[in-house]
Design a protein around this ligand. Sequence first.
Ligand code: 2YG
Length: 277
Amino acid sequence: MTRLKVADIKDIEKQLPQYDDELVRKTGTNLRGIACFAVGVGEEEIFHNIAAVPAAVVPITAGQGIITGFSTAVKAILEFIGFKVFVTKLADAAGTAEAFERGSRLIFMADDNRFVALNIKRCLVVDNAAATGKGFAAALELMSGGVAGERVLVLGCGPVGFSVVESIIRFGARVSVYDIVPGYSLALREKIEAQLKTRIKIEKDLKRVLSEVRLIVDATNAAGIIPEEVISPRTYIAAPGMPLGLTPAAVEKIAGRLLHDPLQLGVAAMAIEAIKL
Ligand code: 2YG
């Protein structure tokens, strides 16, 4: 589980409006629209739910402790898509109690193992990794004009990569996966075959497959694994992985066909998933 750094999240709040414009330019819809598309709900049907479900973010001191700015970044993203939300004054159990006492119906909290949204009334847990995978798969579908019938390469077979594969298959793509640990790609393939009765291809030669595919999701925590040479005018990359897997020259070359953020899409997809009927 990658732990975000203060530097990754410190500018999120003030840059939300321009990030939203960037999303509209690249995918044709905004942050809330992509989250709704990812979760499979209409924006109109969800709108009154958003207003009816007050949310809270509870800082958690467990493990490596609080990341300065994390809770306020999550709050800012939720407010930006229309939620009423506050960060509890206290952390941990006291903060969770405070959220209940102040009438929250949706509680966001993260320790070193999981980042979850809890829908109290419905006893529902929404995991950030699963929601992030859905969000970035949906963004690739929108940004690329559709992945149906296309080959999509998913790098990284962890919880985010698994969720990406599930969504990309549902969008009708043929999926290839790569992980630096062969056991992880094997495990993902078995799980996908058991759950979706769909075969996916395990790639062994990263260099070769990167030169063959034009639709890529980078769900790894590896930097600099996607070089400039593999970027073509028809390459589209959705990159939930932190740090970004493209080299600076690759970022330059891919220009408007790259989607990457440390928290925004995943948190928005979590929240919509947690309140959808
Ligand atoms: O409450 C706090 O401030 C801390 N306990 C938060 C710790 C979060 C640790 N997890 C991560 O940094 C990421 N897995 C969060 C999600 C990143 C999504 N790309």
